[in-house]
Ligand binder design. Structure first.
Ligand SMILES: Cc1cc2nc3c(=O)[nH]c(=O)nc-3n(C[C@H](O)[C@H](O)[C@H](O)COP(=O)(O)OP(=O)(O)OC[C@H]3O[C@@H](n4cnc5c(N)ncnc54)[C@H](O)[C@@H]3O)c2cc1C
Length: 592
């Protein structure tokens, strides 16, 4: 059986900040671009970003991109590629001013410049003290950014396919990417979108964990599609726990709260971060703060044994109402506390994946081939949280993700425009273009009994939470691998009772599960194999020692993990320690 085909110059899967920034570049260059999204574009997870976008504008204190570069390399625990990090930090002021000129409603200082607040791990003069670098629109920065980009795209005639779910990549005999298959949720119809380039901008996959700040649609579809098409996933063991999810609810309280002066306290009212990070205190990077909180709870200084407190009661109420209005609302709705008068109960909560689909700084997807660890896969791009450039390495600094979206969304967009100029001819679809997807769908449709998606999902989330949390060890991870592989087997037996076509969310969720499981396998297999602690990957069995401060082992492990779905196997590739124009920042022990 074949499928109907529609042809475009370029297809972008994902209408979050990354997808829409790239789309704008293409549409303005006159390309015929289709942007697919499972939800209306402005409901993508980017809309939930609160705290800010990082750029060394220096509006409120002395700052420059070299400091930002240093902080990002150090924050990444030396797993980030220094060429990509240099590019990110140098481009930052440009892309933020560009957003300003697009009409993004940033908060303002009295002199009219963009308001900036301090954020975790961002410092002046190479770690001396926190610096205000996060450009913010109150605590709704992602909202402002996404709406600005959407409006610019409407103006540029970008074609949106709303409530469409991409299912699989189409690669031809040479391995080049020539399109995707996709499901229109409204009708249940499946179609081939044939194009010269496909770009994944599908966001994160935080839904493999039980307690997550992520939206329900963050199911790692781009990663699943890449893995099924034989493309490796990079550094998937590195997942960021945000220190301040509302205890019991998971909803995020931005780090901007600590940027504005909020303080973490244990059950004794002690500001415990002073002990762990004497210089940056509550504004140390997230991996550091999350581990410190977990330690306090483990050592019996948590509240009710399971959380700590985020105290804002000493701040000027006017400031909270003006700069953090959504935080006050979230605390009221999800924790039943008025943060003007009482502290907010918080706990480290899964937030962000540092790993993803490997790319270069043009957003081109790369994979090892013939001895080259970074051979370009023609026609395929990835940007945003689903990609791994890698600028975040083993731990991302807050505000660097929104920045990543616009810097690399723009860079990838420019590269695609160039690709189209150089490759005027659309490669034909292979004869079997639809086969893989149709076989997947037929298996799901033909099963009349089997596992329920929600049961399998629950087992997966519980397993990942218990076996791949803030602190890990060999035993936990080995058991985790066994359990996740058992769950993967169950995924193969999912059956849906409702076979109707129109808006069948049961089918969509079952298909999402096939992506979530790829992400979970990549995560736990990569984590079990990495025998050191680095950034967010903290192993109790590889703790601080004289030979390996903080448990980090650069001799053996300063390298990127690559996980392949086929054979569940791992490879490694070197970290790029060479920036583009400046001197490399040599590895040091991290302290704050
Ligand atoms: C609560 C919260 C607060 C945050 N705050 C900040 C912050 O202050 N600063 C910062 O720098 N970072 C922050 N982050 C991180 C940052 O917001 C995200 O990393 C970033 O927004 C991801 O953007 P994206 O464009 O990659 O993906 P998303 O915005 O997640 O968009 C993904 C898109 O892909 C589409 N999609 C997915 N799968 C498919 C498919 N199969 N078919 C079709 N479409 C598909 C979705 O519909 C969506 O349009 C925050 C994250 C969260 C969760």
């Amino acid at each position: 059986m074949s499928l109907p085909v529609r042809t475009f110059d370029a297809v972008i899967v994902g209408a979050g900040g990354a997808g829409m920034r790239a789309a704008l570049q293409l549409a303005e260059a006159g390309l015929k671009v289709a942007v697919l999204s499972k939800v209306f574009p402005t409901r993508s997870h980017t809309v939930a970003a609160q705290g800010g976008i990082g750029a060394s504008l220096g509006n409120m204190a002395e700052d420059n991109w070299h400091y930002h570069f240093f902080d990002t390399v150090k924050g990444s625990d030396w797993l980030g590629d220094q060429d990509a990090i240099e590019y990110l930090c140098r481009e930052a002021p440009k892309v933020v001013y560009e957003l300003e000129h697009f009409g993004m409603p940033f908060d303002r200082n009295a002199d009219g410049t963009i308001y900036q607040r301090p954020f975790g791990g961002h410092s002046s003069n190479y770690g001396e003290k926190p610096v205000p670098r996060a450009c913010a629109a109150a605590d709704r920065t992602g909202h402002a950014l996404l709406h600005t980009l959407y409006q610019r795209n409407v103006r540029a005639n970008t074609q949106f396919f709303v409530e469409w779910m991409a299912l699989d990549l189409i690669r031809d005999e040479e391995g080049d990417v020539v399109g995707v298959t996709a499901l229109e949720m409204e009708t249940g119809d499946v179609m081939i979108l044939h194009a010269k380039t496909v770009m994944f901008a599908t966001g994160g996959a935080g839904r493999i964990f039980a307690a997550s700040t992520n939206a329900f649609i963050n199911t790692g579809d781009g990663l699943g599609m890449a893995a099924r098409a034989g493309i490796p996933l990079e550094d998937m063991e590195f997942w960021q726990f945000h220190p301040t999810g509302v205890a019991g609810a998971g909803v995020l309280i931005t780090e901007g709260v600590r940027g504005e002066g909020g303080i973490l306290r244990n059950v004794n009212g002690e500001r415990f971060m002073e002990r762990y990070a004497p210089t940056l205190k509550d504004l140390a990077p997230r991996d550091f703060v999350s581990r410190s909180m977990d330690q306090e709870i483990k050592e019996g200084r948590g509240v009710n044994g399971d959380h700590v407190l985020l105290d804002l009661t000493h701040l000027d109420p006017e400031k909270i109402i003006k700069k953090l209005p959504s935080i006050r609302e979230i605390a009221l709705k999800f924790a039943n506390v008025d943060c003007l008068k009482e502290p907010i109960p918080v706990v480290p909560t899964i937030h962000y994946q540092m790993g993803g689909i490997p790319t270069n700084i043009h957003g081109q997807v790369v994979a090892p081939k013939n001895g080259n660890p970074n051979e370009v896969i023609n026609g395929l791009y990835a940007v945003g949280e689903c990609s791994c450039v890698s600028v975040h390495g083993a731990n991302r600094l807050g505000t660097n993700s929104l920045l990543d979206l616009v810097v690399f969304g723009r860079a990838a967009g420019n590269h695609v425009v160039d690709f189209h100029k150089k490759n005027p001819v659309l490669k034909p679809l292979p004869k079997n273009a639809a086969d893989f997807t149709l076989a997947r769908l037929n298996r799901l449709e033909s099963r009349t009994s089997g596992e329920q998606t929600q049961d399998v999902g629950l087992s997966l989330r519980k397993t990942m939470q218990a076996h791949c949390g803030v602190f890990r060890n060999q035993k936990l991870l080995e058991e985790g691998v066994t359990k996740v592989m058992e769950i993967a087997e169950r995924v193969n037996h999912i059956a849906i009772k409702d076979k109707s076509k129109v808006f069948n969310t049961a089918r969509v969720e079952a298909l999402e599960m096939e992506n979530l499981i790829e992400v979970a396998k990549a995560t736990i297999v990569s984590a079990e194999a990495r025998k050191e602690s680095r950034g967010a990957h903290a192993r109790e069995d590889f703790a601080d020692s004289a030979a390996h401060p903080n448990g980090r082992n650069d001799e053996e492990w300063m390298k990127h993990t690559l996980w392949y779905s086929e054979g569940n196997r791992l490879e490694y590739k070197p970290v790029n320690m060479k920036p583009l124009t400046v001197d490399s920042i040599p590895p040091k022990t991290r302290s704050f």
